[in-house]
Design a protein around this ligand. Structure first.
Ligand SMILES: *[C@@H]1O[C@H](CO)[C@@H](O)[C@H](O)[C@H]1NC(C)=O
Ligand SMILES: *[C@@H]1O[C@H](CO)[C@@H](O)[C@H](O)[C@H]1NC(C)=O
Length: 262
C-alpha cells in the first residue's frame, strides 16, 4: 500500500511542475486563465484599476481588462513601448510606466488613447529621445523626470505638446548623449532660451523648410540672371544702331553737301 502512494502523488506533482514552468517564464507568456502573474484588478476611488507594479514584466502584458481606467506598469523591465500597445484599452486615463528600462518609444505608442489619456508617467527610465508624434493629439500631463535626455529638437517639441505634472519642471536633465555644453543641465530653462529645432538639421520639418528656401532661392537667382542677361543684351543691341544712326546721315549729308558744293 505504501509503495502505491508515490504513484498516486504523480499527477498533482506534474501539475505543480507545469505551474512552476509557467511562473518561471516571468509572466511574459500570457496565461490562459486570470490576470498576468503579479497583476491584479481593483476598484480604486470608483475607477477600474489594474496594477502590475514590480511584476518582473519585460513586455506590456496581455489580458488587461478593457474597462481599465488606471494602469500601473511601474518598476518592471519594460525596454520599449511598441505601436498601439494600449489601443485595446478604450477608456484608459492614467498610465504609469515609471521605473522601467524604457529606451525606445514608438511614434504610435499611445495610438487610440487621444480621447481618454490624461496622465502619463515616463519618469526614471532610460529615455534619450522620444518621437514628438507619439504625443500629438493627446491632452496629457506627463512626468519626464529622471531620464538621460539628449535634449534635442524632439524633446523641445514634446514639451510644446504636453503639460508637465506639477513639480516636475525640474528633473528633466540632459544626459551624457546631449551636446557637451548641455550635459547635466536642467532642460526647461534651456528650452525657453534656445530654439533647438531651428539650428542645424535637428528638426525634420525645419530641414524641409530650408530645402524649400534653397530651391526657391535657386529659381530666383536663375530668373534674375536671365533678366540681367536679357537687359544687357538688349542694351548692346540698342546701342549699336544708335551710334550708327546719327553717324550715317551726317556723312551722307556731308557728302551731299560736298557734292553740291563741288
Ligand atoms: C470590452 O469588451 C467587451 C466584449 O468584447 C465589450 O462588450 C465591451 O463593450 C468592451 N468595453 C469597453 C469599455 O470597450
Ligand atoms: C515624477 O517622477 C519622479 C521620479 O520618478 C517622482 O519622484 C515624482 O514624484 C513624480 N512626480 C509626479 C507629480 O508624479
Amino acid at each position: 500500500l505504501r509503495l502505491c502512494q508515490p504513484f498516486t502523488m504523480l499527477p498533482p506533482a506534474g501539475h505543480l511542475l507545469f505551474l512552476l514552468l509557467v511562473m518561471g517564464t516571468g509572466g511574459t507568456v500570457p496565461r490562459p486563465w486570470g490576470p498576468p502573474r503579479g497583476c491584479y484588478a481593483a476598484e480604486e476611488a470608483g475607477e477600474r484599476t489594474f496594477r502590475c507594479s514590480q511584476a518582473g514584466l519585460s513586455a506590456v502584458p496581455t489580458g488587461i481588462p478593457n474597462d481599465t481606467r488606471k494602469l500601473y506598469l511601474d518598476a518592471n523591465r519594460l525596454a520599449s513601448v511598441p505601436a498601439g500597445a494600449f489601443q485595446h484599452l478604450p477608456v484608459l486615463e492614467e498610465l504609469d510606466l515609471s521605473h522601467n528600462i524604457l529606451a525606445h518609444l514608438s511614434g504610435a505608442a499611445f495610438r487610440g488613447l487621444a480621447g481618454t489619456l490624461r496622465h502619463l508617467d515616463l519618469s526614471a527610465n532610460r529615455l534619450v529621445s522620444v518621437p514628438a508624434e507619439a504625443f500629438m493629439g493627446l491632452q496629457i500631463q506627463v512626468n519626464l523626470s529622471a531620464n538621460p535626455w539628449r535634449c534635442d529638437c524632439a524633446l523641445q517639441e514634446v514639451l510644446r505638446l504636453v503639460r508637465l505634472a506639477p513639480g516636475t519642471g525640474t528633473g528633466i536633465v540632459c544626459g551624457p548623449g546631449a551636446r557637451a555644453d548641455l550635459v547635466g543641465q536642467e532642460f526647461l530653462p534651456l528650452a525657453g532660451e534656445e530654439e533647438l529645432c531651428g539650428t542645424g538639421w535637428g528638426g525634420a520639418q525645419r530641414s524641409t523648410d530650408v530645402a524649400l528656401l534653397v530651391t526657391m532661392g535657386g529659381w530666383l537667382a536663375l530668373v534674375v540672371a536671365y533678366l540681367a542677361h536679357y537687359v544687357w543684351q538688349n542694351r548692346e543691341e540698342t546701342r549699336r544702331p544708335l551710334k550708327r544712326a546719327p553717324v550715317l546721315p551726317v556723312r551722307s549729308e556731308d557728302s551731299s553737301t560736298l557734292s553740291t558744293v563741288v
